[in-house]
Design a protein around this ligand. Structure first.
Ligand SMILES: [Zn+2]
Length: 377
């Protein structure tokens, strides 16, 4: 005798949309050896496409004495020359409209994005129809569906380190009563290249679309595992303009340890721009490090400004913070607390600490500029 149907079938729950954990489970959870094999095969095809389609790549690879077919392992990537923002701008001016790094005919380009120009003139990034599909695919690597998620149950941020700083993220989440996810993108490659998963511990890079190198910005040599270095990205599938060894100017650490979410793609933690880094007592300091310390203190608002200066040929810095409205701690005690928190986290501290009332320091609405450099030369 048949049982009642309701014991066999889960009734639909009104108002609840089924959560899809992965966008592409096969790719996102691929075991590392298979992921790396996929990257190598894509890289070899991609370099061949760049060499055949782009005048600049043909000249650059010839000048480096490397034919695409000679790249037989991912490690061989170091034989190829770097690209940077200045070169993209130069080649765009030398061969309008899209520059001679483009590897397809302009008629195949269906979409062009322009960079935000944080370091100068905007550069154009062309996409073919298949690139544009890949762009959507990479954005989905964050598991975010704008139609479902932009109702402020979830907030998606990018372009600033704050979304990956737990105290900053918690403050924004509390303000909006929403879940916050950070992502990383550069318009010269994809608007979104890496995104935060539900574990909120680093951003998974879409490694089926990018090959990641983490290099010492001064020497170009790989840094030791887990150490911060400049992120250098090579696209693996972008047809319109392949990007080989693009120096992003962003300093990251790479984490290959397994993530609880099950994705196998490496996670990055973004520390800041190579330009914003300064060295105090031999320690590399990024504004994001300062933000972590400032946001961990209860009696300050979280806004800050750093002024760099030289003292006997060494870099020092002063720090301005704001006393949170309602805090009653004395200025001297607050300044001592700030110094102690710095010492604790970075092993060094600001020379001077200036305490303002809340609301005095400038708020920025786009790319925050919180470092004033008064060093000469
Ligand atoms: Zn994860």
């Amino acid at each position: 005798m048949p049982q009642a149907r309701s014991t066999l079938e889960e009734p639909p729950r009104a108002g609840r949309v089924a959560e899809q954990r992965y966008w592409d489970p096969a790719v996102e959870t691929l075991p590392r050896p298979e992921l790396e094999a996929l990257q190598l095969s894509a890289l070899r095809d991609h370099l061949d496409h760049a060499y055949q389609g782009s005048r600049w790549y043909r000249r650059a690879f010839d000048a480096a004495g490397v034919a695409p077919g000679e790249i037989r392992s991912l490690a061989d990537i170091v034989r190829l020359p770097f690209l940077d923002k200045a070169l993209l701008r130069d080649r765009q001016l030398a061969a309008p409209l899209l520059g001679d790094l483009a590897a397809v005919d302009e008629r195949e380009v269906v979409y062009v994005s322009a960079s935000s120009g944080s370091t100068g003139v905007p550069t154009l990034s062309p996409f073919t129809a298949s690139d544009f599909d890949a762009f959507q695919d990479v954005q989905a690597a964050q598991g975010l569906d704008p139609a479902r998620d932009l109702a402020l149950s979830r907030i998606i941020v990018a372009g600033e380190p704050g979304g990956s700083i737990p105290a900053t993220r918690a403050a924004i989440e509390a303000l909006w009563d929403a879940d916050l996810y950070d992502f990383y993108g550069i318009s010269d490659i994809f608007g979104a290249s890496a995104g935060m998963c539900e574990e909120k511990d680093g951003l998974h890079l879409a490694e089926d679309h990018h090959l990641l190198e983490v290099l010492d910005p001064a020497t170009g040599a790989p840094v030791a595992d887990g150490q911060p270095g400049e992120m250098v990205l090579t696209t693996l599938q972008k047809r319109a303009r392949p990007m080989v060894r693009f120096r992003t100017g962003d300093v990251v650490t790479r984490d290959d340890s397994p993530c609880h979410c099950g994705r196998t793609h490496a996670r990055i933690r973004v520390h800041g721009r190579t330009d914003d880094m300064f060295i105090v007592n031999g320690v590399n300091v990024f504004p994001s490090d300062v933000e972590v310390v400032v946001r961990s203190l209860e009696d300050v608002s979280g806004e800050y400004r750093i002024t760099l200066f030289r003292e006997q040929h060494l870099t020092r810095f002063d720090l301005e913070v704001e006393r949170r409205a309602g805090s009653t701690i004395r200025d001297a005690a607050l300044a001592d607390g700030v110094r102690a928190a710095f010492k604790n986290r970075l092993g060094l501290g600001p020379r001077g600490v200036v305490i303002h009332a809340e609301g005095i320091l400038p708020r920025s609405v786009h790319k925050a500029k919180r470092v004033v450099d008064r060093r000469e030369g």
